[in-house]
Design a protein around this ligand. Structure first.
Ligand SMILES: [Zn+2]
Ligand SMILES: [Zn+2]
Length: 391
């Protein structure tokens, strides 16, 4: 098998010890370096305005420098050892290109206000940060020790991760527009009272407000059949880890974001509370999918944990249509949808019947085109007998 096919097209776990992991790291860092240099050169188009305001450019230059050195060193090492020469050559080529485009000393481009943009910088920084933090946590307290970092279908979920990040700017824009068009609806006296609340109380209320919307939206995604077709994409992951949560239909990603953020904006919570909420949600959303054995003792009845959300993703019988909450587990106890099982962790994940196709494009088209269960069955890559949505 060729280098590229091995790395990009394969849907199996990657064998270690052959230099493929270091090739993948080297290639990814080299490619991210080029994207980073481009974001430096064309910040108006390729950087996210909310992030841009907070950058420490000097630190980012050091990060870029480190990424290029590591990518280059690993590429040279693999070339010398004769391992994955094509990948190593390509990685080295990307490092050279990053340097030609300006490298760590690249001049920051012009920055006109209010231009349309795609959040390339958000993707680059979040991929680097998330993979470092969450892979560390997963190695520190693994739930399924035998599961490799590059588990089956990681490529598909990485594409979801990329596209989600690129459309986040669009989503925020849409939410702002929707809220703006409803702006008259906001209640000044509610707003005035919220501003006087202590930060933590306010933060709790944002989480509660978000989770009440999120709970019922999520429940609708499961219980209304045409909505389930969209949400099934998120449930189609058969291995859980930090990257698996990225798998989502864009319709759901954008729709849910608007539904959750609209009341928060309308009620008029203070800006710093909303910012804190967005950062914490970003962490929790990834953490709850991670391959990590985290229990919170009795607090598990209050907060959503990886254990709670892993049960939501299970296709074990007692887990079907349970554990909808995203932040507060008590909502499911309150509304009678908490999963009850005789063992701490579920056995299997995914959709009963396993009919959601593999691959990013097919998964985005799936809700509109219908099931491809027959094709999948023919490919022989399925885990269960064909079934309906749930059994
Ligand atoms: Zn769900
Ligand atoms: Zn999930």
């Amino acid at each position: 098998m060729s280098d590229e096919a091995d790395l990009l097209a394969g849907h199996g776990p990657i064998e270690t010890g052959r230099g493929l992991v270091s090739s993948a790291v080297s290639f990814s860092l080299a490619l991210l370096s080029v994207l980073g240099v481009l974001a430096f050169r064309f910040p108006a188009w390729l950087s996210t305005p909310e992030l841009r305001a907070r950058y420490d450019v000097t630190t980012l230059r050091y990060v870029l420098f480190a990424a290029m050195v590591i990518a280059g060193a690993l590429a040279i090492r693999n070339l010398l050892l004769g391992r994955y020469r094509k990948l190593a050559t390509a990685a080295f080529g990307w490092v050279v290109l990053a340097q030609v485009l300006g490298g760590p000393a690249v001049k920051v481009g012009d920055l006109p206000e209010h231009s349309p943009y795609i959040g390339l910088d958000f993707f680059v920084l979040d991929l680097l940060g998330s993979s470092l933090i969450f892979i560390f946590i997963e190695k520190l307290r693994p739930l399924r020790k035998e599961q490799p970092i590059f588990r089956p279908e990681w490529q598909t979920d990485l594409v979801h991760f990329l596209v989600n990040h690129l459309v986040v700017g669009l989503t925020l824009l849409l939410t702002n527009r929707v809220v703006h068009s409803l702006g008259w609806f906001g209640n000044e006296s509610v707003r005035a009272r919220l501003v006087t609340l202590p930060f933590l109380v306010s933060l709790f209320l944002v989480f509660l407000c978000a989770d009440l919307v999120q709970y019922w939206a999520h429940r609708a995604y499961h219980e209304v059949s045409w909505l389930w077709r969209f949400h099934a994409v998120h449930h189609s992951a058969r291995d859980m880890d930090w990257l698996a949560g990225s798998r989502q239909s864009l319709f759901e990603l954008i729709g849910t974001r608007i539904a959750v953020m609209t009341p928060i904006f309308l009620l008029g919570f203070p800006r710093e509370v909303i910012d804190a909420y967005i950062i914490m949600v970003g962490f929790q959303a990834v953490f709850d999918h991670a391959n990590v054995s985290a229990g919170l003792g009795p607090l598990k009845y209050v907060f959503v944990t990886p254990n709670f959300h892993h049960w939501h993703h299970s296709r074990d019988t007692e887990a079907i249509d349970k554990n909808y909450a995203a932040h507060f587990a008590f909502l499911d106890y309150l509304f009678g949808t908490a999963a009850k099982a005789d063992r701490p962790w579920p056995d299997r994940y995914g959709v009963v019947g396993d009919y959601v196709p593999r691959g990013f494009v097919k998964q985005q088209l799936f809700p509109f085109l219908g099931s491809t269960a027959d094709q999948e069955a023919q490919q022989g890559d399925h885990h269960t007998a064909a079934g309906k949505k749930k059994e």
